[in-house]
Design a protein around this ligand. Sequence first.
Ligand SMILES: [Zn+2]
Length: 90
Amino acid sequence: MVKIECLACDKTLKLPQSIDTDNYDGQLVCSSCKALLHVKLVKGKLRKYKIVERRRLGERVVNITVIDQKTKDLMSKVKDRTKKLVEGEG
Ligand SMILES: [Zn+2]
């Protein structure tokens, strides 16, 4: 069981069971302070860990929208195109 302490409030994060601790690269929300954290787990070890967004109590908590794969693909395509356009100018 991987234990990760929140960078914002030092409480131990509860990892959802759906997370594969052998191979996970994504965001987690601290259940205590709602800070958004990015973690990368490889073979049960923490490889990358940073705070994405710190939220203070009393602040409006914005729901994190889960983007479906189709939208994700579309977004990356647009990104690629923009990148090519920018590179083309240079
Ligand atoms: Zn926290």
